[in-house]
Write a protein that binds this ligand. Structure first.
Ligand code: NDP
Length: 485
């Protein structure tokens, strides 16, 4: 495949970086160069902020009737669907995720645009009863210029989760995609232009997080940051924006529990533990990477879990039958393998995996790995590995497992498997986590857009999806009218 060349999207035009600089982005499928990407610098950021600010202040977008803005969003959704195959293939080539996952994520992104297309004109303010002498009501106003910074693991979908509600609310935007996988965000930019959204409403600037990203966090022309990525980076952005009281939404890391009680359907729980732990090659904030199993069924569950893991098909992510593709890079492979070695040194037993799968040498493939006989205080049970590695920990009682599950800095997701629904609900309530599923590996995100997505503790701040996200792209203004003056 020829090397692709991409430009920045600023004020409705695709343009080279002012410095003329580019960077290479690689294909995770074969670790070969895939594209030369225009590299945004600080001057490009300033130009994009001016464009976004102008597009916001002139009211063409922010002042448009919400129903009309919704029509543009619906058009974007349709264009995404029309191009879904091409977008998904580009996503797979760049990130190494399987084509099946990529197609699902592109479809989910289209659904998110459809959802917010129909949401904004139903998102009312309130009238607050204060008696006949007064009329008091609230307005929902768009915050202004939003900067979205997105990670490499769900490039197109993460962009859609931010762009759709922000545009629906009437905000304008700058989107900085991850340097490992910037290509489909640029494809989204082209779609937004083709859908007729006014120039400057969405600007897209691939470039280095450490310089461009940090300047975004302190830029006086940006009103809000919406970030998905590592907890450490999120904390940096929170500090950088503190002096300006910059609005911020953070979607960060996770180390989510998957709790299996003895009365659960063990076969279903085992099969779905594979998806929950190893989906997207484990490069998922939602991965349930701490599997807690009631002691009386520990051996039985582990045997089923290992058997189900053996069935997983690794290979070329562009093949429709492939279930797990490679990791994003060799350095990610080294980090994941380092954790597996650490787990063994900490006293875990390798139940399966722990190496590069045989015959898969051309990319950073890592075999799905189960570290058994783990303890919750081990580093492999506490830290986000971000690869296909889960630990399995035995527990004795409901209260023990709740205490262990909550004993972690993260609180993004979690699953509980039991046939006792009262216990399932009790545990769901007791877990300090933004999302819980009972008898399912899926979570709110399975339906793509309807329910809030986000975490407790160091997994984040604020929520994405649903009406909750829309609220976070608006300010509330209260208007008080004295009817007797
Ligand atoms: P990073 O935090 O490294 O990067 C995320 C984005 O931030 C990239 O665009 C990156 O740019 C940019 N960035 C990096 N450093 C800075 C900085 N100092 N200031 C501003 N921006 C910066 O995360 P990853 O890309 O490695 O993504 C993986 C992480 O994301 C995992 O921890 C995962 O759990 C989390 N995640 C959370 C989700 C959630 O919804 N809770 C969903 C998906 C992922 P560049 O690429 O140029 O470095």
């Amino acid at each position: 495949m020829n090397l692709l060349r991409t430009e920045l999207l600023i004020d409705g035009q695709f343009v080279p970086a002012q410095s003329g600089q580019t960077f290479t982005t690689y294909s995770a499928c074969n670790l070969q160069p895939l594209a030369e990407v225009a590299k945004a610098g600080l001057q490009d950021l300033d130009r994009a902020v001016v464009a976004a600010r102008r597009a916001f202040e002139d009211g063409r977008w922010s002042g448009m009737q919400p129903t009309q803005r919704g029509r543009f969003l619906r058009e974007i959704a349709q264009r995404i669907r029309d191009q879904s195959r091409a977008i998904a293939e580009l996503e797979t080539r760049n990130s190494g995720k399987t084509i099946g996952n990529a197609l699902n994520e592109v479809d989910a992104a289209a659904n998110v645009f459809d959802y917010y297309a129909g949401a904004m004109d139903k998102f009312y303010g309130d009238t607050i009863p204060m008696g006949d002498a007064v009329l008091d009501f609230t307005l929902r106003e768009p915050i202004g210029v939003i900067a979205a910074i997105t990670p490499w693991n769900f490039p197109f979908m993460a962009a859609a989760w931010k762009v759709a509600p922000a545009l629906a609310a009437g905000c304008t935007m700058i989107l900085k995609p991850a340097s490992y996988s910037p290509l489909t965000a640029l494809a989204l930019g082209q779609i937004v232009i083709d859908a007729g959204v006014p120039a400057g409403v969405l600007n897209i600037l691939p470039g280095p997080g450490a310089t461009l990203g940090e300047r975004i966090a302190t830029h006086p022309g940006i009103d809000k940051i919406t970030f998905t990525g590592e907890t450490k980076t999120g904390a940096t952005l929170l500090k950088l924006g503190a002096d300006d009281i910059k609005r911020i939404t953070l979607e960060l890391g996770g180390k989510s529990p998957n709790i299996i009680f003895a009365d659960a359907d063990l076969e279903k729980a085992a099969v779905q533990a594979v998806k929950a732990g190893f989906g997207n090659a484990g490069q998922s904030c939602s991965a349930r990477t701490r599997v807690f199993v009631e002691r009386s069924v520990y051996d039985q569950f582990l045997a089923r879990f290992v058997a189900a893991t053996k069935e997983v098909k690794l290979g070329d992510p562009l093949q429709a039958s492939t279930e797990i593709g490679p990791l994003i890079s060799q350095s990610q492979w080294d980090s994941v393998h380092g954790y597996v070695q650490l787990g063994l040194a900490e006293g875990c037993t390798l139940a399966i995996g722990g190496a590069r799968p045989k015959g898969l040498d051309g990319a950073a493939f890592y075999a799905p790995t189960i570290l058994a006989n783990a303890r919750n205080d081990m580093r492999v049970a506490q830290e986000e590995i971000f690869g296909p590695v889960v630990v399995v920990i035995a527990f004795e009682t409901e209260s023990d497992v709740v205490a262990m599950a909550n004993d972690n800095i993260y609180g993004l997701n979690g699953s509980v498997w039991t046939r006792d629904i009262a216990r399932g609900l009790r545990v769901a309530r007791a877990l300090k986590s933004g999302m819980i599923s009972i008898n399912s590996h899926g979570s709110a995100s399975r339906y793509g857009y309807l329910a809030p997505f986000g975490g407790y503790k160091r997994s984040g701040l604020g929520r994405e999806l649903g009406l909750h996200a829309l609220a976070l792209y608006t300010e509330i203004k209260n208007v008080f009218v004295d009817l007797e003056n």
